[in-house]
Design a protein around this ligand. Structure first.
Ligand code: NOJ
Length: 761
C-alpha cells in the first residue's frame, strides 16, 4: 500500500462539502435479483458528478469496470467501492450460514468465506455484506437462515472465522474483500418473530447475547458494520447514537465503517422518529451511520442542513474519512481495478477445488437427528445389498431451491440436483426410481409469494396432476424399492428476509406424502431441506432416519449422496433448538431458571405448559441445541477438572475421554457448558464456553482438554445499553460436558477470586 493516512488528510482538505456528501451515498442500480423494493436512478450521471461513493448489487466485471471508469472522470478521481450480498458463497454456493454454523467446524467456515471472497473479488467486488451474526432464538424469523443460530459463543467463533476468510489478513490484496458485520444490532429478537419488528432487550442480554459476535468480528478486524432495521428499546438502530457511537465506537473501540441498511435512513420517518428526509438524514449521520444505502437522504438534504446550522459539517467530514479509509485499506487508491485484473488472470469461479469444498461442507453441515437400526448409511451401491431406491419428494430434481435464500449472484444451472448426485453414486449397480410425490405447497397464493425472486426460474411449481395421483406414484415407487429416501421441506424463500412464518410445520401436502410412504412399511429416510428449525415431531415419529440437510448449495447432490451411502458422515450439530411445538418459541437451552420449574411431571403452579405431555421437555426442544448423531457410537467418560478449588488467575483444565464404540470412523463435537448456580443475578442454566470437533477411528478413544480462565465466567451487569461493566463472582461453577446441551455430565468447581472480584468495564 503506497497511499497512507496523510494522503487521506490531504484529500479531505481539498474536498468540497458536496464531494464529501457524495462519498456517503451508497446506491444500487438494480437489475437481476433485487434485495429491496427501491432502486436508484441516474446512477451513471451521479457518479460523474461525484455524488456516489459506493455501489452494491452489480453482478458482472464488465459493469464494475464501466462504473469505475466513470468515477475516474471526476475531479478527484476517488474510486468507487463495490459491495455485494455474498452471504454463503458467490457463484459456488455453500450451505446456508445456519448450516455452516451447524458444522461447528470453524476452519471449514473460514475456508468457505475465502472461496467466496476470491470469487467475488474476481468480478471487482470490494466488500461483502456478510457475516450476518444476529443471534436468534425465534425460528419464526426467516432470517435465522442467514444467522449462526441461537448461541452467542458459537456465533462469535463463526464471526471470527468468516471475517478471517473474507479479509485474509490483508485487505489490500486483490483477492481479499472487506467483511461487514450485520445487522447491528438486536435484529434477531423481533416481536413475534416478525421481520423488521420492534426489539426490546435488557441491557444485560444486549451485552451477553447480542454483542459478543460483533465484538469478536470487530477484534478479528472486520472493516464494516451494517445498522439493523429494528428499533432497540424504542430507538431505531439507524438513529441509535448510544449504541453505534457511544457504545460500539467509543467504549468498545470499533473504528471501521458503518453502513445503513436498504432505505434504513428513510425508514426513520415510518418509525416515527424523523419528521422528513432531512430530519432522517440528520438523525442517521448523528447516530454514526456513515453511508446512506439507497435512501439518498444524505445526498439530497445534508448540504442544506449544514447551511441551516442543523448539522455540524465535522460529522460529515468524519463519516467521509471513514469511507475513504475503507477504500484506502482496500487498496483502491493505488489501483481501483486491481481486483478485476487479478480476477481476469486467476479465474477462480466455480473451480473443481471450490466445488469440492462445497461438497465437503454438505456432509459437515448435515445433522442426523434419528437413525433407528443404523439405517444410515445405506449399503454402498457396489455391495450388492441394495436392489432399488425410491427417491421421492418435490426437491429431488430441483435446482432452483437448492441454493437457499440469499444466493443473489448464483445460477441454479450450476447446481447438482439430488437425483443426479444419487444416480452418479449408484451407477448401474442399483436401480433409482424417482417421484415428485407432492407439491412443495398447494396454495397458489403462497406459491406466488415464494416465487418472489424467480423471474427466470420458479422455485415453486404447482403440478397439474391431482395430489392423490402424485402420492400414488410415490407409493408405487416405494413399493418397488428396498428403501425410500423422501426429500421434503421448505421452498428456499420460505426462509430469508421478509419470510417470517406463523407456523413451523412442514407444509401439509408433504406431511401427507410422508404418512403414505410410512404406510408402505418400507424403511424410510426423511431428508429435510430447511432454512430454520422446524417442528418435526410427527416426521421424527414417521422416519426411521431423519436428516436435516438445510439448503446445501451448488454441490448438494454430490454431498447428500456422500452422506446417504457413507462416503462421508453427517457431522453437523444443531446451532439452534428444534422446538417440540410452535408454542415453545422463542426457545433456547440457555434460558434462566424460573422460581417454579416443572419437576419432571407437570404440576399446578409450575412454569411448564399445561397442554404439553410430561415426556416433553418444557423449556427445551424436541432436539436440543448442539444435538446430532453420527455414524459411530460415541461414549463419554465423566468430565474431570484438574482442580476443584481455584483462585486468582488459575486456569481450569477440564478433560473428558470420548470413545468410539462403533465400527465406522466418526466425528464428534465435544461441547463444554458452564452454569453458575449462585450469583447476584439469575444466570442462564448453561452457557456454551468451548467445543472441539474431532474425528475418532473405530474403537478409538481420545481425551479432549478444555482450558477455562476466570474471565470466561464473568457476565454483564449493564443497567443501560452503554454500560459495559461486567462482574466476576467467586463461588461454585458447574462444568457440563457432553455431546449436546442436554446430555451432559457435570463436575463442580469452586473458584475464589478475592483480589479482582467485582465489577469491571
Ligand atoms: C437488506 C438486508 O437487510 C441486508 O442484509 C442486505 O445486505 C441489504 N438489504 C442489501 O441488499
Amino acid at each position: 500500500m503506497t497511499k497512507d493516512r496523510d494522503f487521506i488528510d490531504r484529500l479531505i482538505a481539498g474536498m468540497t462539502l458536496g464531494e464529501k456528501i457524495g462519498q456517503l451515498n451508497l446506491v444500487t442500480p438494480g437489475g437481476e435479483t433485487l434485495t429491496g423494493t427501491v432502486v436508484n436512478t441516474d446512477v451513471a450521471d451521479k457518479i460523474r458528478e461525484g455524488r456516489i461513493g459506493g455501489i452494491f448489487g452489480v453482478k458482472s466485471a464488465e459493469a464494475v469496470r464501466v462504473f469505475q471508469d466513470l468515477a475516474q472522470e471526476t475531479r478527484l478521481r476517488i474510486p468507487l467501492m463495490f459491495a455485494e450480498d455474498v452471504i454463503h458463497g458467490q457463484k459456488t454456493v455453500f450451505p446456508l450460514p445456519l448450516a455452516l454454523s451447524a458444522s461447528w467446524d470453524m476452519e471449514l467456515v473460514r475456508a468457505s468465506a475465502r472461496v467466496a471472497a476470491q470469487e467475488a473479488a474476481s468480478i471487482g467486488i470490494d466488500q461483502v455484506y456478510s457475516p450476518m451474526v444476529d443471534v436468534c432464538r425465534d425460528p419464526r424469523w426467516g432470517r435465522i437462515a442467514e444467522s449462526p443460530g441461537e448461541d452467542p459463543y458459537l456465533a462469535a467463533r463463526f464471526a471470527e472465522a468468516m471475517v478471517r476468510g473474507y479479509q485474509g489478513g490483508d485487505l489490500s490484496r486483490p483477492d481479499a474483500v472487506m467483511a461487514c458485520l450485520k445487522h447491528f444490532c438486536g435484529y434477531g429478537g423481533g416481536m413475534g418473530g416478525r421481520d423488521y419488528d420492534a426489539v426490546d432487550l435488557s441491557p444485560m442480554t444486549l451485552h451477553d447475547v447480542v454483542l459478543p459476535p460483533f465484538v469478536a468480528g470487530m477484534r478479528a478486524g472486520a472493516g464494516a458494520v451494517m445498522a439493523s432495521f429494528n428499533t432497540l428499546n424504542g430507538v431505531p438502530m439507524h438513529a441509535n447514537r448510544a449504541v453505534i457511537t457511544d457504545l460500539f465506537r467509543d467504549r468498545l473501540g470499533y473504528d471501521g465503517l458503518v453502513v445503513a441498511d436498504y432505505t434504513g435512513i428513510l425508514e426513520l420517518i415510518a418509525h416515527g422518529v424523523a419528521a422528513d428526509r432531512a430530519d432522517a438524514a440528520r438523525l442517521g449521520l448523528t447516530a454514526g451511520v456513515d453511508m446512506d444505502m439507497v435512501s439518498e437522504a444524505y445526498l439530497d438534504t445534508l448540504a442544506a442542513s449544514v447551511e441551516a446550522g442543523l448539522v455540524d459539517e465535522a460529522l460529515i467530514t468524519a463519516a467521509c474519512r471513514r469511507v475513504l479509509e475503507a477504500k484506502l485499506k482496500l487498496g483502491l487508491f493505488d489501483d481501483p481495478y486491481h481486483r478485476l485484473d487479478w480476477g481476469r488472470a486467476a479465474q477462480p469461479i466455480l473451480t473443481a477445488a471450490n466445488r469440492q469444498l462445497a461438497r465437503q461442507a454438505v456432509a459437515a453441515a448435515t445433522v442426523l437427528l434419528k437413525n433407528d437400526g443404523n439405517l444410515l448409511p445405506l449399503p454402498a451401491p457396489e455391495s450388492g445389498r441394495l436392489g432399488a431406491i425410491a427417491l421421492v419428494g418435490p426437491f429431488v430434481h430441483d435446482r432452483v431451491n437448492m441454493n437457499g435464500t440469499w444466493a443473489v449472484a448464483a445460477s441454479p444451472s450450476t447446481v447438482v440436483p439430488i437425483a443426479d448426485g444419487v444416480s452418479e453414486a449408484l451407477g448401474d449397480a442399483v436401480r433409482l426410481i424417482t417421484a415428485k410425490g407432492t407439491n412443495i405447497v398447494d396454495e397458489p397464493w403462497l406459491a406466488e409469494r415464494l416465487n418472489v425472486h424467480d423471474w427466470k426460474d420458479l422455485s415453486v411449481v404447482i403440478d397439474e396432476r391431482p395430489p392423490a395421483a402424485m402420492i400414488a406414484e410415490a407409493v408405487e415407487a416405494a413399493g418397488s424399492a428396498d428403501v425410500v429416501v423422501a426429500v421434503v421441506g421448505e421452498a428456499r424463500e420460505y426462509s430469508g428476509e421478509s419470510s417470517s412464518r406463523s407456523d413451523l410445520a412442514l407444509p401439509e401436502p408433504q406431511k401427507k406424502l410422508l404418512r403414505a410412504l410410512k404406510a408402505t412399511g418400507k424403511p424410510l429416510v426423511v431428508v429435510v431441506m430447511t432454512g430454520r428449525p422446524l417442528v418435526l415431531a410427527e416426521e421424527a415419529a414417521l422416519a426411521d432416519a431423519l436428516l436435516i440437510a438445510w439448503f446445501g448449495g451448488t454441490e448438494i447432490g454430490h454431498g447428500l449422496a456422500d452422506v446417504l451411502f457413507g462416503k462421508a458422515e453427517p457431522s453437523g450439530r444443531l446451532p439452534a433448538t428444534f422446538p417440540y411445538c410452535l408454542g415453545q418459541v422463542p426457545v433456547t437451552y440457555a434460558h434462566r431458571p424460573t422460581g417454579r420449574p416443572t419437576p419432571g411431571r407437570f404440576q399446578k403452579f409450575t412454569s411448564g405448559y399445561v397442554d404439553l405431555p410430561d415426556e416433553v421437555p418444557q423449556n427445551d426442544g424436541l432436539y436440543p441445541f448442539g444435538f446430532g448423531l453420527g455414524y459411530g457410537r460415541v461414549a463419554y467418560g465423566p468430565p474431570r477438572a484438574d482442580r476443584t478449588a481455584l483462585s486468582g488467575d488459575d486456569r481450569l483444565k477440564v478433560t473428558v475421554t470420548v470413545t468410539n464404540l462403533g465400527d465406522l470412523p466418526t466425528f464428534e463435537t465435544v461441547q463444554l457448558y458452564v452454569g453458575d448456580p449462585l450469583a447476584s443475578v439469575s444466570r442462564p442454566v448453561k452457557e456454551l464456553k468451548g467445543f472441539r470437533k474431532i474425528v475418532l477411528s473405530p474403537r478409538a478413544a481420545e481425551t479432549v482438554t478444555f482450558a477455562l480462565a476466570a474471565a470466561d465466567l464473568d457476565f454483564s451487569v449493564a443497567e443501560t445499553v452503554t454500560d459495559t461493566r461486567r462482574r466476576w463472582e467467586a463461588g461454585a461453577f458447574d462444568i457440563h460436558v457432553g455431546p449436546n446441551s442436554r446430555d451432559t455430565q457435570t463436575v463442580r468447581v469452586v473458584w475464589e477470586m478475592p483480589d479482582t472480584q467485582g465489577d469491571r468495564s
